[in-house]
Design a protein around this ligand. Structure first.
Ligand code: BES
Ligand code: MN
Ligand code: MN
Length: 469
């Protein structure tokens, strides 16, 4: 049987099972959902066992204080065969605002070749196509074991910052030993322009709290004569960028590398249509950003500072004439090249210290440790093998992209000392993290096909993948 035949034969069962998984609200950011994240992990373990993985386990994190990951392993017959580790996540983002969903987020529905539901694309659908893929690989080879050893690690805390993931990687380093990491949590350029990601940005969150008077003050009796925390916050946030759109935090760009000519060429090869892109960007009216860079360069290869929320004072109906006692803002920074999350926070602290006037107390905090940016070399044997698998599945040339988004991939690459290969079929149109998240069902099957070929391509490239052992 051919790979594609096997996939088509099992497609209905695949979507039925995936839909079942999508009913589990595994929202890692919501403490009320932690039992559901655990249920999601157990659900996946059962599916991996049913698929034939001889090893499939729930892995606790932080001694049961964190949310569980799933680990599975299917050894090749040949103990010298390359070892590939697939990474994805089974937790999902919150679903608010609920009223903007056309169907319930955890009651998946199929319409026009799309499957709607939270996690359909990010990342349950993409993780799940590997189960279909490995079956197709075996159906095509007629063997009982895959041609490379396949390990699968599916995290349960990705959407809340991968808090315990690096510790998990370090403590399970022996069992996770591998020659290549297959990341299945990114997107392609377009349904008819298949592509592979070769880098993701890092991220670090921050909160700024400003405190002025010990209580709200009458704005007539005191306004104009004491510092107003909201005014100062507005100044601080407005001052984060200069008129060229560059971030003004001390040393912010110190470890940023210039975009290479090769990278510029790869980006320029992509058919970028600004109007279509703006439509996908929630009908944003115009592009903005750092001077001297194009839109894709800004998203993929340049760092940013974003204000995610700000609050303080009175926001209820009518007016209230006060000087507010406090002002607050949440920020996040996307990082590239060698930028380190902790150093960015140090820079922000210095920036705030230097700009907050006397009479106000400022605090800068960060909840997570952040994640660092990651890269893989397009010309490396591992990426080239992945590219051949994608090209066989799509029957077209596969281009290279990067992602503006983030994840724990730099830790995977460094702690496991293995190159990253991004095999994924998400689209910008999938509305990940937003209402009406969906996935293109045909593309998930293509993903399964690419995954099935991938194991043969890795086996064929065994020498170059295992030479570092
Ligand atoms: N799968 C995404 C990363 C991504 C985003 C890939 C956009 C392709 C396009 C991942 O699940 C994600 O959302 N990461 C978060 C990390 C954060 C919560 C620490 C992100 O990028 O905001
Ligand atoms: Mn994801
Ligand atoms: Mn996500």
């Amino acid at each position: 049987m051919q790979v594609r035949e096997s996939i088509d034969e099992n497609a209905d069962d695949f979507f039925a099972a995936l839909s079942d998984w999508l009913t589990i609200p595994s929202i890692s950011g919501d403490p009320a959902c932690s039992a559901e994240v655990r249920r999601s992990a157990e659900w996946l373990v059962a599916q991996l066992r049913a698929t034939g993985f001889p090893i499939a386990e729930v892995w606790e994190t932080a001694e049961g204080q964190g949310l569980p990951a799933v680990y599975a392993e299917w050894p090749a017959d040949d103990p010298a065969a390359p070892i590939a580790l697939v990474y994805g996540h089974h937790d999902v983002q919150p679903v608010e605002p609920l009223e903007e969903w056309d169907s319930q987020p955890f009651e998946p529905v199929q319409r026009d070749g799309l499957l709607f539901g939270r996690g359909a694309s990010d990342d349950k659908g993409q993780v799940f196509f590997h189960l279909l893929g490995v079956r197709a690989n075996l159906a095509a080879s007629g063997r009982q074991a895959p041609p490379v050893t396949i390990k699968i690690l599916v995290e349960g805390e990705e959407e809340s910052g991968s808090t315990h993931f690096a510790d998990l990687l370090r403590s399970q380093r022996e069992r996770l030993n591998c020659d290549v990491v297959v990341v299945t949590d990114t997107s392609m350029w377009a349904a008819d322009v298949p592509s592979m990601c070769v880098g993701m940005r890092g991220i670090i969150d921050a909160q700024i709290d400003l405190r002025g008077p010990t209580r709200d003050l009458h704005s007539g009796s005191f306004g104009g004569a004491v510092p107003n925390p909201l005014h100062v916050m507005a100044d601080l946030l407005a001052g984060l960028h200069d008129t060229d759109g560059r971030v003004t935090i001390p040393a912010f760009y110190q470890k940023v590398l210039p975009i290479s000519d090769v990278e510029r060429e790869l980006i320029a090869r992509l058919p970028f249509d600004e109007k279509a892109w703006l439509a996908e960007a929630g009908n944003s009216g115009a592009t903005v950003g750092e001077a001297g860079y194009g839109t894709l360069e800004r998203i993929w290869a340049r760092p940013t500072a974003e204000v995610n929320g700000m609050w303080g004072g009175y926001t209820g109906p009518g007016g209230k004439t006060i000087i507010p006692a406090q002002a607050h803002a949440k920020l996040s920074f996307r990082l590239v090249a060698r930028q380190e999350p902790a150093e960015i926070i140090d820079g922000l602290r210095q920036y705030v210290r230097e700009h907050v006037p006397a009479g106000l107390e400022a605090r800068v905090t960060s909840e997570g440790n952040g994640v660092r940016p990651c890269f893989s070399a397009p010309e490396s044997p591992a990426v080239q093998a992945g590219r051949r698998a994608m090209e066989r599945a799509f029957g077209r040339e596969v281009l290279f992209t990067r992602e503006g988004g983030s994840g724990p991939e730099a830790d995977l690459a460094e702690i496991l000392d293995a190159p990253l290969v991004f095999i994924a079929v998400g689209l910008d149109a999938d509305r990940v993290h937003a209402p009406n998240e969906r996935v293109d069902m045909d593309l998930l099957l293509k993903g399964a096909e690419a995954a099935a070929y991938l194991w043969d391509e890795f086996a064929a490239a065994a020498g170059s993948l295992t030479s570092g052992r």
